[in-house]
Design a binder for this molecule. Sequence first.
Ligand SMILES: Cc1cc2nc3c(=O)[nH]c(=O)nc-3n(C[C@H](O)[C@H](O)[C@H](O)COP(=O)(O)OP(=O)(O)OC[C@H]3O[C@@H](n4cnc5c(N)ncnc54)[C@H](O)[C@@H]3O)c2cc1C
Length: 485
Amino acid sequence: MTASKTPSPVLVLFRDDFRLSDNPALHAACATGQPVLCTYVQDEACLPKGVIGWWLGQAAGALTEALGKLGGTLLTPQGETLAVVKDLVKAAGVSEVFWNRRYDPVGKEIDTALKATLTEQGVAVQSLSARLLHEPWAVRTGAGQPYRIFTAWWRAARELGEPGRPLPTPQAIQFAAVPEAFKKDVSAKALLKPALPEDATQAAQYWPCSEENAHTILEDFLDDTLAHYETDRDRPDREGTSGLSPYLRAGLISARQIWQAARKAEARSGDHVNTEKFLSELGWRDFGWMQLFYEPQMPTRNLRSEFDGMPWQNDAEAFTAWTEGRTGYPLVDAGMRELRATGTMHNRVRMVVASFLTKHLLTDWRKGERWFYERLVDADPALNAMNWQWCAGTGIDSSPWFRIFNPVGQSEKFDPSGAYIRTWVPELAGLPDKLIHTPWKMDATLSRHLRFVPGTTYPHPIVELKQARAIALESYKNLKGSEQS
Ligand SMILES: Cc1cc2nc3c(=O)[nH]c(=O)nc-3n(C[C@H](O)[C@H](O)[C@H](O)COP(=O)(O)OP(=O)(O)OC[C@H]3O[C@@H](n4cnc5c(N)ncnc54)[C@H](O)[C@@H]3O)c2cc1C
């Protein structure tokens, strides 16, 4: 009688998809019926710094715990992906490797090389679609080109029908034995858990990190907030949005899961308008990733080359005042302080601070993009770059340069009573509503009464809006002129 041979293990690589449910790579690996090795390679080339580095470490920790509850483990070796995976495949006798696709330039390059090497060595590879509603190349114009306008792209994307249904959590995972040489990579110490920047440690309290947390946040949003989404999503003084972006970024929840849950909520409530608005924001997420897929230099290069000669002033003091929330414009300062304290900022305020930095302070959008990338808990290479280029007017389908948000007007419109400003700029908390957006207008009597000294208690505006706007418009006019001459 011959002894039955133990089936060879299969390998699942986790990267920005730290979840068990709707995880096509994990699902397909389990479906082979072979033992599974779950691995997260901590590759320097893919480990961002700043708040997002901390967040991804937390998410990997949450996955380790979730796998532990199923009797398994997450291997977290450090090193270059290609070298580590080759060693692991050899040591464990892996017959097939599964991963969910990445679309950023570094991830794409690593995965292409890995696939080629493994295939050459006779190891099967399956890369699957998990991150987006539709693959970046799924929606093309009639001429086969990527779309450049969101509304046209979204219309075409909707014609593809509903996105695929999310996959269930595997009922049970048969875990493979960890090869001797990799046993050091399963201890709690093996997982790098980057710390938060020193001046942002309080952000941790805002972000409970697990797959369950992501689903609870989604359910709460659908029950309590979706019904007012279209109007309240622009109001930083209200709970008007889902708060799901960090969870999407780390893959603790998938866009397809959110889509399907929103559709179920819509079936219960009949609320088509708010649901469609919310789903279209998930569309913007796909649109951003489609842009990065076709324009890998989007985080560093103007997508409209006419801006390459823009005479950015890049005033270092003004930039520091912006990062520290000391510009003298209450909504801008509230946003920048919210960012530092929590790792996030309301979308409307992100637009206002980005417009202010690029247009009123004539600072290159790339400086703002980098600052956001280090500070945001949802820092996303595609969405951050697309939105900065949108705000600066340098992107495709972006807000034109001459659309310059007035930070006072935006503040009066979207934070009318100043509740948001009072939360993040405590030195303005005691001001009457009519001065909360323009504290520099306080008269001497009230100033004495409130013990509030404009310019001391809170800074004077660092630029005069009308003048800064005129300079911004003039710079662009000259740029256009020099382009034509
Ligand atoms: C200058 C600037 C930089 C930004 N940087 C990032 C970033 O690094 N990471 C990031 O996730 N978002 C970024 N955004 C987009 C947006 O601000 C956030 O996605 C949103 O604030 C997240 O909050 P929410 O999850 O409550 O959004 P909701 O309103 O609940 O929207 C649901 C989801 O839709 C997507 N979404 C919403 N708005 C946008 C948008 N404008 N563009 C693309 N997708 C969107 C997000 O995945 C979001 O989680 C940026 C916006 C600006 C103006």
